[in-house]
Design a protein around this ligand. Structure first.
Ligand code: ATP
Ligand code: MG
Ligand code: MG
Length: 387
C-alpha cells in the first residue's frame, strides 16, 4: 500500500490499535516506548526503540528507523520533533506546533479564543497562592476548576475548588504544577467528535457521541449522542472549526460541553485517536485508527468514511478499568464474550491498577435502547470501579 515506515511515539492501547489498522493495509510501524508495551506485543520487529516519548534522544533514535513520525499521546518532546521537521528527512504528522499548543491546556485555550472557538472562561495562574485562587473564586464564583496546564490525563491534574475554604487543599493537590483556572461549565451532557484532517486541509467528522465520565475517567460512550440532531450537527461543526487552523494531518478528538442553555463549548482536544472513537472499529468501515493512518500518509479519505455502516447503526462503548484485585477486569471481559453484539478489546497491559484502562467493550445494535439492554449486565459487572 505504501512503502514508508510509520514511527509511533507511544506504545499504549492507542498505538496498539493504530498498529492493528496499519497491519491490515500492509503498512509497517515501529514504536518508541518501554519493552513489551501494548503496541509492541502485536508487532514483532527488531527496529522498535526502547525508551520514552519524552526523551529527545529516544525520539531521534526512532526517527532513524522511520519515514514519518506520529503520536498516540500529546505529552511528547516537541522541540526535537520541530528539529526533525526542519531537517526534512522524516515527516512529522500532525505538526510539532500542533502538539505543542495542545499539550499545554492554557495555550490551547488561547488558541481557541484567537480563532473564535467557544471555550469556558480561563485564567492563567502564574504564581499560585491562596490570594490568587480566592481572586479567581471572586471572579468565576464557586465551584471552579483548577487545572494543571500540562501532563494531564483522566482528570489527574484537575481539582474542583468548591468554596473559598477549599482553596488551600486545592493548592496542595496541584502543587509544583503549572496552573490555570476554568469557570465551571454547567453542562447537561458531554459530547465528543472525532475529526480527520487531511494533508490538503479538508476536515471530516465522525458522528457526535455522548461521553459519560466517572471520577474524571471516561466510562461510557454512546453513538449517537442522546440529544437532538441539531445539537449533534452543531457539535460536529464546532469540532471541525476547532481543529481547522491546526497545522498537519491526522485524527483529532474534540471534547465538548453541552450547556443547559444549548451553548456548546470546547473542553479540550487530543491530537491523536481518542477514547470516544473506539466504537468506530465496529460501527464504521474505516475506524478512527485507520483514518489517522490514511490521513498522515495521504491515502484516500472519501467523505463516506465517517458514515456509520447503516443509518440505524448505534453503539455503546464501555471502558474496562482495573479493579481492586489484579483479575477484576477479567470477569467483565468473560461476560462480554457471552454477550451478543459485543466485541471485546483487551490491551495487553501486564499490570492492573485500580482505574487503569485495561480494555474496552463495544456493543452494536440498531438502536441505543437495544444497546442499553445488551450493555446493562456488563456495566453492572464493572461496579467494582472505585467511586
Ligand atoms: P482526559 O483523560 O480527557 O485527557 P483530562 O485530565 O485532560 O482528561 P479534562 O478533560 O480537562 O481532564 O476534564 C476531565 C473531566 O472533568 C471532563 O470530562 C468534565 O467531566 C470535567 N470538567 C473539566 N473541566 C470542567 C469545567 N470547566 N467545568 C465542569 N466540569 C469540567
Ligand atoms: Mg486531556
Ligand atoms: Mg478530557
Amino acid at each position: 500500500m505504501d512503502s514508508r515506515t510509520i514511527g509511533i511515539l507511544g506504545g499504549g492501547q492507542l498505538g496498539r490499535m493504530m498498529v492493528e489498522a496499519a497491519h491490515r493495509l500492509n503498512l509497517r510501524t515501529t514504536i518508541l516506548d518501554a519493552d513489551n508495551s501494548p503496541a509492541k506485543q502485536i508487532n514483532a520487529l527488531s527496529s522498535h526503540v526502547t525508551g520514552s516519548f519524552s526523551s529527545s534522544a529516544d525520539i531521534l533514535e526512532l526517527s532513524k528507523s522511520c519515514d514519518i513520525l506520529t503520536t498516540e499521546i500529546e505529552h511528547v518532546d516537541t522541540n526535537i520533533l520541530e528539529q526533525i521537521e526542519k531537517e526534512g528527512k522524516v515527516d512529522v504528522q500532525p505538526a510539532s506546533e500542533t502538539i505543542r499548543v495542545i499539550q499545554d491546556k492554557y495555550l490551547q485555550k488561547e488558541f481557541f479564543i484567537r480563532n473564535n472557538v467557544a471555550v469556558a472562561d480561563s485564567v492563567k495562574i502564574d504564581t499560585p497562592s491562596v490570594e490568587a485562587l480566592e481572586n479567581v473564586g471572586g471572579d468565576f464564583g464557586y465551584p471552579f476548576m483548577l487545572k494543571s496546564r500540562t501532563l494531564a490525563y483522566d482528570g489527574r491534574g484537575n481539582y474542583v475548588v468548591k468554596s473559598k475554604e477549599g482553596v488551600p487543599e486545592a493548592l496542595k493537590a496541584l502543587s509544583n504544577r503549572p496552573l490555570y483556572a476554568e469557570r465551571w461549565a454547567e453542562f447537561t451532557m458531554e459530547l465528543a467528535v472525532l475529526v480527520v484532517k487531511t494533508r490538503d486541509g479538508r476536515t471530516l467528522s465522525y458522528p457526535t457521541v455522548e461521553t459519560i465520565h466517572e471520577n474524571n475517567i471516561c466510562k461510557l460512550v454512546y453513538m449517537p449522542a442522546r440529544t437532538t440532531v441539531d445539537n449533534r450537527e452543531r457539535a460536529q461543526k464546532l469540532a471541525e472549526e476547532a481543529i481547522r487552523h491546526l497545522p498537519g494531518a491526522g485524527i483529532f478528538g474534540v471534547e465538548m460541553f453541552l450547556l443547559k442553555n444549548g451553548t456548546i463549548l470546547v473542553n479540550e482536544i487530543a491530537p491523536r485517536p481518542h477514547n470516544s472513537g473506539h466504537h468506530t472499529i465496529e460501527t464504521h468501515s474505516t475506524s478512527q485508527f485507520e483514518a489517522h493512518i490514511r490521513a498522515i500518509l495521504d491515502l484516500p479519505l472519501p467523505p463516506s468514511i465517517t458514515a456509520p455502516r447503516t443509518s440505524t447503526t448505534s453503539s455503546i462503548m464501555l471502558n474496562i478499568l482495573g479493579g481492586p484485585d489484579p483479575t477484576s477486569h477479567l470477569q467483565v471481559s468473560k461476560l462480554a464474550l457471552e454477550t451478543p453484539g459485543a466485541t471485546l478489546h483487551l490491551y495487553g497491559k501486564t499490570e492492573s491498577r485500580p482505574g487503569r484502562k485495561m480494555g474496552h467493550i463495544t456493543v452494536v445494535a440498531d438502536s441505543i435502547s437495544d444497546c442499553e439492554t445488551l450493555i446493562a449486565p456488563l456495566v453492572a459487572a464493572t461496579s467494582y470501579t472505585p467511586s
